[in-house]
Design a protein around this ligand. Structure first.
Ligand code: FE
Ligand code: FE
Length: 191
């Protein structure tokens, strides 16, 4: 499927807000790819499909992952919304015909991150956080600017803010160990 065909299908699979977010991430990812000399097509496909499983009801996410033999961590069991990343990578391949392992990987790690993410992984993770419709995170203007200058610094800033939010805010106690590991990894690299 090409980008246009995928959009048509996603419009049916996602609610309106999620669909708008999805397009927003696609174009933001494309812009970041331009700024950092990465592949535009990959960025657009990964951005467009990153949340393709998000609107599947949580109970169904769980059963579908179990049926497919997708490994579920304890954190995901408690917070099945996290599974939209793994399930999304699966659907991108099976239902949207994406064969490029890098695109699938970027979708798979877009929620928790992963230590040693590659360029595309970082672009999608960051685009998801800074796309123009986002308005809740603190210091967004600063993070947005940083994202076009230095992906690693931007990633570090996002991980810090996110972990802080998860520790203190609404998502209390819901930190996926992978997020913590990612943060540790970046911190060691940068400091
Ligand atoms: Fe997501
Ligand atoms: Fe998203």
């Amino acid at each position: 499927m090409d980008l246009k065909q995928i959009q048509k299908r996603l419009k049916k699979e996602l609610d309106k807000e999620r669909y708008i977010h999805t397009l927003s991430v696609m174009y933001t990812a494309a812009s970041l790819a331009m700024a950092h000399g990465s592949n535009l097509q990959q960025a657009m496909y990964a951005g467009l499909l990153h949340d393709c499983a998000k609107c599947i009801p949580n109970a169904k996410k769980l059963t579908q992952c179990k049926e497919l033999g997708i490994a579920i961590t304890e954190t995901e069991e408690q917070n099945p919304l996290l599974l939209h990343a793994k399930l999304g990578a699966y659907l991108a391949k099976e239902q949207y015909g994406i064969d490029d392992p890098e695109i699938l990987h970027a979708i798979q790690v877009h929620t928790t991150g992963e230590p040693n993410m590659n360029l595309l992984d970082k672009i999608i993770f960051i685009a998801d956080y800074i796309e123009p419709y986002r308005d809740r995170a603190p210091n967004l203007a600063e993070t947005r600017k940083l994202a076009f200058l230095d992906l690693d610094q931007a990633l570090f800033q996002i991980m810090e803010i996110t972990l802080n939010y998860l520790k203190n805010g609404k998502g209390r106690g819901m930190i996926d160990p992978m997020t913590q590991e990612t943060y540790q990894f970046i911190r060691e690299r940068l400091t």
